[in-house]
Design a protein around this ligand. Sequence first.
Ligand SMILES: [Zn+2]
Length: 172
Amino acid sequence: MPRCKYCNELKPPSECFQDPNYKSNQYCSEEHWKLHIKSKNATQTVDTSKNKAKPKSDRVKLTDYIQSIWPVEPNWKWMSKQIENLSKETGLSYNDMRMTLKYCIEYKGFEPDGNYGLQQFIPRYSKEADDFADDIRRIQSGLDGIDFEDELVKVPVGKRRVRRPLKEDVEF
Ligand SMILES: [Zn+2]
C-alpha cells in the first residue's frame, strides 16, 4: 500500500494522488502533494543559500562538533595536536573521528570528561562506531530496496526514529 510522501499515511492506491512528475511518489491527497512540493522548495532555498557560503572542511566539522559536546572550553592547541596525532597513528579520517564521537555521545550516551582528551573515545570506539554505521547502511539500503508493505512498515518505524540522528553520520 502506498504511503503519503508528506504525512506518511498509508492509503489504497485507488485513493492516492500521484505526483504528475514523479510517478512513484504517492500522496494521500492533492493537498499533501502541494504541501510536499512547497516544503521541498523551502528546504532547497535554505540549502542553496548555505552552499554559497564556503563549505566547511571535514576538520572544521570535527572541531565544531568537539566544541559543541565538550564540557569545558577545549584547549585547542592540545586538541589539534591530538587530532593530528590520532590521524597519523590510526589512519582515521576527520570524519571517522567525528563519527566515533557522535556514536559515543549520541548513541551510547557517554559524556566527555573535560580532564581527558580525545583518547577517551578514539580509537577505542572507532571500530564499533564503524560497524554500527555499516549496520545502519545495510538497514537503509534494505529498506530502500523493499516495496513497502504494511506489516514491514509497522515494525521498523519506531526503531528507525530512534536512530534517525545517526542517519547524518552515515551520509557525511
Ligand atoms: Zn498525506
